[in-house]
Design a protein. Structure first.
Lengths: 595, 441
């Protein structure tokens, strides 16, 4: 498109009308309309052409930073993809002014998005433009009056550093150093969180000379929130340095962090433990990290212990193979044993979610001797979440020792959870039923668990009844139609005569989900008669659910049954006195094409 | 006539800014006063849920003496009355506390709270607006459909917009909020619990102190106020209705139920009476700007504590000891439960707190001198210097003195604020806000 086509547009070309409306809506009082318009910004720009986008649209957008956050957020995102719309890489720097002002607003999400877009378009700058336009912007932000602009600057150093001349590089390093010792903790936090990323683009010599001193300073900052971010940077820095330098340059700081006075910092170390382990390599892990990990598992703060407990499996997996078993057996296992009887249920449940994974690492004999007692203890834990976490990870243990070893303790645990007073707990255990059924086998299931599954169908909470129906379907998929016909279907159909209409409806819901898995034969012979009979139910809710069920099971039936049995019933329901029944009956007739 | 300057190095004179509403209704009663960290702005909250922000006038060449006048900058309705349907409780709109955030860009941010909900407000200026529609111009003629709207300058407009609402975290009434020096978190305190919030996250807060006993019949004390240390992000204090102050270290554990320091003065057995417990309840606690000292206010005294000495206060100042004999009647009219606040001056050398009869007191910590001043319309002629007032206890009443029996207990100064660096004070007397400042030149 070119400009002349727009001049003709002024004479009454209707095709331009939508664009004009969009532009008007950019300033509408309704936030939603402005938002819609901003989201179609590329359409507007395309219609305006590159020149007018640069000279008119962008100045307008630069001024709109008064707007609501959501509009600004959308704007910041859009501008990241605007390069072609302003005329390609040659003109990409035109996008810098609006993004610069967006990078200084107080709303973090907007600022982050603006920085993301700036990072994106920085790649589209030629090396010359980068130094002429982009780098000065970074400097302006870095020396801005307000911390908002300085925090944004922290995220931009690493994208321009690799592509500028060495003098500019030196300036960038200087700016980064300044921001690392900024007065406000916000900027120091931003710098600390970008330290690792910046280190990656720096030459190794500068990493050793500059980054390490900044890292050490940030890691001993007076603000806890800054120190804990330095832990994250530690991972990236450690992976950049040669092994022989780690001991002198990184380890003193890491050791200090693992023993920090503030539990938040220790938590961060625990949370990042696997990454740290990989970054420092097997030797340091053996000598330093193993004792540090033991301390974290025994930390006085429960939050730290749970974070460390979550990492047990990963930590053990990543230990050097030659000494893995010895380290676990001599150093880690004793801590794990203590955690099983921890005072905090969060710690216990964190442990329960990973402890089963240790069995694959330790092998059958160790598992039976050392881990099995712990599993059994956790299965009897007073906190349902702990038991659930053990049950949900049964598959790991199954591979190593087989689930039979556990079944004696498993069953009471399952039964207790199945009858827990909290419906969310019951819901959670239902979800594991298909998995358990698969591992325990059909015989064990029929004997012990089948009654539970049927009991859930008449639970007083709808969500449980719904999950129970879904569970039946999965069981049928596992055990087959024949099993269903013998064990489940009779019980489900029996509920059709229940005095409680909610239970009668459950029958219908079960049929809905079982018909497909059971196949045409069972559906036509056993289920359909029951459904049809229920069309005379005195409760309208049951009747319209009959219509819905018929619609659902229709595709499973043959056309004969549809025409001779289903159609008359639906036609009768379509003349029902109840409006909803009528509606769903007509709907079913339409979908099944019976009209 | 005694001159004020003999008591304190400052000569306070009324500024012409007196906020007051002509019709005196309950809703107009000021419930909190707070300067922002630079002192350029001053905010008040009232029982009607409104927040009024004042801005200090810039120095002008023609009227140099007018520097320091505070003018209304923005007024907005922060909280509305609500009803908790689950508990059948009315939630008042009264603003309990206002706290400013450090400035982060051209806009200003403040937290305001009522009994249940904390809100983060942005006060910002707007001086441009879009002009002219694209489709039609002012006369309704169709325009070139591809014209871009431009923003044109307009008269400065100050807007207050709610940015975050932190709700549903307090079962009891919020009495304090305090912003952490990490500029990332703040805490809100109710009678039994303290919660820690991230300023950007409204749907989650962390409980850091919980003194609720398992059985509410075992309840013996409540939290009355709490504040973060001004520079150490991990330290905060909270005061209790039993007159003790607990200092907690957030580094030690996630739940700070175990304090690391307990400041408490053993009770003097000779002074023990029915009212001892009530009057020892701490109504306000403030860290000094340096972070070294704590100031607490109870019914009759202000105390200054050194953080390194837990056994007794460093200094104790009598605010209105002459009321000790009147406690019985003050109990009957509920005045004994009034919650007086206290403030430090910028250099921590002077402290100020309120009393009755529109009197407020200042104590110079270095010279140990003190003064009683009165905030009233009658003596707020511009450029006049505030005269010290004196209350006489029994015996002969000298000229200019006022007898204890004629004090007006309905006129109380509960809330006041001191400019962070200059000698400007703001004093809330029921529905009036008085601003006094040190004599210029």
């Amino acid at each position: 498109m070119n400009q002349s086509s727009f001049i003709s547009g002024a004479d009454g070309d209707d095709s331009l009308y939508p664009i004009a409306v969009l532009i008007d809506e950019l300033r509408n009082e309704d936030v939603q309309l402005r938002l819609n318009s901003i989201k179609k910004l590329s359409t507007i720009a395309l219609a305006l052409g590159v020149e007018r986008t640069r000279t008119e649209l962008l100045p307008f957008l630069t001024d709109t930073i008064y707007d609501e956050d959501e509009v600004l957020l959308a704007l910041a995102e859009q501008l990241g993809n605007f390069t072609m719309l302003v005329g390609g890489p040659e003109y990409v720097h035109c996008l810098l002014p609006p993004l610069e002002s967006l990078a200084t607003v107080e709303e973090t999400v907007v600022r982050d998005k603006a920085v993301e877009s700036l990072r994106k378009i920085s790649q589209e700058h030629s090396p010359v433009d980068l130094e002429v336009h982009f780098e000065p912007l970074v400097k302006r932000l870095a020396s801005g009056d307000w911390f908002t602009s300085r925090t944004s600057a922290c995220g931009l150093f690493s994208v321009c550093y690799p592509r500028v001349s060495s003098t500019v590089k030196a300036e960038i390093r200087q700016h980064f150093r300044t921001l690392c010792s900024d007065d406000t903790p916000m900027v120091r936090r931003a710098a600390a969180s970008k330290l690792g990323e910046f280190a990656k683009v720096l030459e190794l010599d500068y990493v050793k000379s500059d980054i390490i001193s900044l890292f050490t300073a940030l890691a001993s900052d007076e603000q806890d929130s800054v120190r804990l971010l330095a832990v994250e940077a530690c991972v990236s820095i450690a992976s950049l340095l040669p092994q022989e330098d780690l001991e002198t340059l990184v380890m003193p700081t890491l050791r200090q962090a693992a023993e920090d006075k503030s539990w938040r910092v220790r938590y961060m170390v625990a949370d990042k433990f696997s990454e740290l382990q990989k970054a420092v390599g097997p030797e340091i892990t053996k000598n330093d990290l193993v004792p540090a990990f033991q301390n974290l598992l025994k930390d006085c703060e429960a939050e730290v212990r749970s974070a460390a407990a979550k990492k047990i499996k990963e930590f053990c997996e990543n230990l050097p193979e030659d000494s893995r078993e010895t380290i676990i057996m001599t150093h880690i296992l004793s801590c794990v044993k203590e955690l099983v009887s921890d005072t905090s249920q969060h710690v216990k449940s964190a442990l329960a979610s990973v402890i089963m994974g240790l069995s694959t690492i330790l092998g059958k004999d160790n598992t039976v001797e050392h881990l099995l007692p712990l599993f059994l203890a956790q299965l009897k834990d007073e906190c349902p979440e702990v038991r659930l976490n053990i049950i949900s990870n049964l598959d790991c243990v199954n591979e190593v020792i087989g689930i039979r070893q556990l079944s004696q303790s498993l069953l009471p645990a399952i039964v207790e959870l199945a009858e827990d007073a909290k419906w969310r707990v019951r819901l959670a255990i239902i979800e594991y039923m298909p998995l358990l059924a698969g591992q325990l086998g059909v015989e064990f299931f029929d004997e012990k668990l089948n009654t539970l599954c049927m009991a859930w169908l008449i639970d007083h909470v709808y969500a449980i009844r719904e999950a129970a129906t879904c569970n039946l379907m999965k069981l049928v998929e596992k055990f087959g139609a024949e099993w269903a016909q013998n064990t489940i279907v009779p019980k489900v159909l029996g509920m059709a005569n229940d005095p409680n209409y909610l239970h009668r409806m459950t029958t219908l819901f079960c049929i809905n989900s079982l018909s497909e898995a059971c196949g045409q034969d069972i559906t036509t012979k056993h289920m359909l008669p029951v459904v049809l009979k229920m069309s005379n139910d005195q409760v309208a809710n049951v009747r319209f659910n009959v219509a819905k069920s018929l619609q659902k099971i229709g595709p499973v039936l043959d056309s004969n049954a549809l025409q001779t049995e289903v159609k008359p019933v639906l036609e009768k329901l379509a003349t029902d006195t109840d409006m909803d029944v009528k509606y769903f009956a007509q709907e079913a007739i339409r979908v099944l094409a019976l009209a | 006539m005694k001159c004020f300057s003999r008591y304190l190095p400052y000569l306070f004179r009324p500024s012409s800014t007196i906020l007051s509403s002509s019709c005196h209704t309950e809703a107009d009663i000021i419930s909190t006063v707070e300067f922002n960290p630079t002192g350029e702005l001053l905010a008040t909250g009232d029982k009607g849920g409104r927040v009024v922000v004042f801005q200090r006038e810039q120095e002008s060449k023609n009227q140099p003496h007018r520097r320091g006048e505070y003018n209304v900058y923005s007024t907005f309705q922060s909280h509305e009355p609500e009803f908790d349907y689950l508990k059948s409780l009315e939630i008042e709109e009264k603003i309990n506390k206002i706290r400013w955030l450090p400035q982060q860009n051209a806009a200003y941010f403040l937290l305001s709270t009522n009994d249940k909900t904390v809100k983060l407000w942005k006060v910002s200026e707007r001086d441009k607006r879009p002009e002219g529609y694209n489709l039609k111009d002012e006369e309704g003629r169709i325009r070139d459909p591809t014209t871009i709207t431009a923003l044109r300058p307009m008269d400065l407009m100050v807007e207050a917009t709610p940015r975050r609402v932190f709700s549903n975290a307090h079962t009891y009434h919020i009495n304090s909020i305090s912003v952490n020096s990490d500029y990332e978190t703040y805490m809100s305190t109710d009678d039994l619990r303290i919660n820690l919030w991230n300023l950007e996250i409204t749907n989650r807060s962390f409980n850091i102190v919980d003194i609720k006993p398992a059985n509410m019949e075992m309840l013996t004390e409540v939290i009355t106020a709490a504040e973060f240390q001004p520079s150490q992000c991990n330290t905060f204090v909270y005061s209790s209705s039993k007159g003790s102050i607990r200092l907690c270290d957030m580094r030690a554990s996630a739940l700070c139920d175990n304090h690391s320091k307990l400041f408490e003065e053993p009770e003097d057995p000779s002074n023990r009476s029915f009212f001892s417990e009530i009057i020892s309840s701490i109504s306000d606690v403030k860290f000094s700007h340096s972070g070294r000292y704590l100031m607490t206010r109870d019914y009759l005294t202000v105390k200054v504590w050194d953080l390194n000495m837990e056994s007794k206060p460093l200094e104790t100042y009598q605010v209105h000891d002459y009321l000790r004999s009147k406690l019985c009647s003050l109990y009957e009219n509920d005045c004994i439960f009034d919650k007086f606040e206290c403030v430090w001056n910028g250099s921590d050398s002077v402290i100020m707190t309120g009393s009755y009869n529109n009197f407020f007191r200042m104590f110079d910590r270095n010279t140990k001198r003190d003064v009683t001043l009165e905030a009233s319309r009658e003596n707020s002629k511009p450029r006049a210097i505030l005269k010290p007032r004196k209350v006489c206890v029994g015996g002969k009443r000298r000229k200019d003195e006022i007898s204890v029996d004629s004090l007006d207990f309905s006129k109380k100064i509960l809330h006041s604020a001191w400019h962070p660096s200059e000698n400007i004070i703001a004093v809330a007397a029921t529905n009036n806000l008085y601003i006094f400042q040190d004599k210029v030149n």
